[in-house]
Design a binder for this molecule. Structure first.
Ligand code: ADP
Ligand code: MG
Length: 376
């Protein structure tokens, strides 16, 4: 077990990393963050910020030297970097698990080869792969295999010709072509798995997206018990198959009553933010615990919750850039506001979120919607 006041390493400095730093600090650890962005939200509050690229091996040496264990907050850390660091210090999750989740072709192939429920897809490496794709895939979504997030690197295509044009726009990047599914709704399971293989799932959340970006997450999900238990079971088996250690998330579609895995995230997840305020243990404390070889905390929710993302759009009143009126949110006593310390708001950029908690799920939903309308 790695105990306080040991120093933990975090690769990536976004809001997920920032919440990890906060959780680790409260538990008595110190944290070093490695992220090439000078203003990174996590770097601002860590004991040290290595403002370098992920393949700066001299910096990686120094980083590994000072950290008792290292984890990541985003899936695009090069797998080679994780492998390199693992020569010196425990790295959790391991590079191979991250490699599966960071490439949509590897991810879909993993789901298919291990018998997990997934939607119809084809790997697209060249134009001929589109010409030869099964006609039943259309209408479809073409997604770049790597580095897509929040709906970026995706094109909705109705037929083969549109897919060829979209593939051209992605400049030859490898892609997956996915059948566009009719979604009843979307859910996600955030879980933690420890070094002994014990899995602990947070309550399944129901996720609503706007323009491909998570907008609202409701936990517990308003769905049948059977979808919930199936989702938890599939998510836990995926974590086992990956030999995963740490916090991870599995996003699901429910399409015509069928549970289908959409994608996995080898890190805490936006839909798990409500765990900070609504659960006995947060997804970030679980990440610290799994990383350090501590027993997992209790994942039970003590409150119903609705989490609402705050995007940069909120900072714009027409063309005027101004700070939103936070007093309106602080007026609500069961609302928890979290801002990520990002220096500039851009439309679509995740700047913060709030979570409304309470005993009565319907009341919580009403309050959250009212708060959302009030802020803009
Ligand atoms: P990201 O990495 O940006 O989260 P996703 O693959 O999860 O990418 O896509 C974002 C959202 O777009 C999904 O949550 C869902 O609402 C919608 N979407 C993605 N793929 C499909 C699909 N095959 N059929 C229908 N909707 C989809
Ligand atoms: Mg997604």
């Amino acid at each position: 077990m790695i105990l306080p006041p040991a120093t933990l390493g975090m690769l990536g400095g976004g809001q997920l990393g920032r919440f990890f730093v906060s959780a680790a600090h409260e538990m008595g650890y110190q944290v070093w963050v490695l992220d090439p962005d000078n203003n990174s939200p996590a770097g601002q509050i860590a004991e040290r910020h290595f403002c370098v690229d992920y393949n700066d091996y001299a910096a990686l040496d120094e980083f590994a030297n000072g950290c008792a264990a290292i984890t990541t907050e985003f899936e695009n850390v090069p797998a080679d970097t994780l492998d390199y660091l693992a020569k010196f210090v425990p790295v959790r999750p391991h590079a191979a698990a991250v490699a599966v989740c960071q490439n949509r072709i590897a991810e879909k192939s993993f789901l298919r080869d291990n018998g997990f429920p997934h939607g119809p897809f084809a790997a697209i490496d060249c134009e001929d792969d589109i010409r030869n794709a099964d006609a039943s895939l259309f209408p479809a979504i073409l997604k770049v295999a790597r580095f897509g997030y929040d709906g970026k690197g995706q094109a909705t295509v109705n037929n083969r010709d549109e897919a060829l044009i979209a593939f051209g726009h992605f400049k030859g990047e490898h892609c997956v072509l996915e059948q566009r599914l009719t979604l009843d709704y979307e859910v996600s399971v955030v879980l933690a798995r420890d070094e002994n293989g014990k899995v602990s799932c947070f309550p399944t959340g129901e996720n609503q997206h706007t323009k491909g970006i998570l907008d609202v997450s409701i936990a517990p999900a308003r769905t049948t018990g059977c979808v919930k238990s199936d989702a938890e079971d599939v998510a836990a088996r995926i974590a086992e198959k990956l030999g995963y250690i740490g916090t991870m998330a599995v996003e699901f579609f429910v399409s015509r009553g069928q549970l289908i895995v959409n994608e996995m995230a080898p890190r805490p997840h936006n839909s798990g933010h409500a765990t900070i305020d609504a659960c006995v243990t947060s997804q970030f404390e679980q990440q610290v615990r799994a990383l350090c070889g501590l027993p997992l905390g209790e994942a039970r929710a003590h409150s119903a919750s609705v989490m609402v993302n705050l995007l940069g759009d909120l900072w714009y009143d027409g063309d005027t850039y101004r700070e939103p009126d936070w007093a309106k949110l602080y007026a609500i006593p069961n609302l928890k506001l979290h801002l990520y310390g990002k220096h500039h708001a851009r439309p679509g950029r995740k700047m913060g979120h709030f979570t409304v908690i309470g005993d009565n799920a319907e009341q919580v939903q009403k309050t959250a919607l009212a708060a959302r309308t009030a802020i803009g």
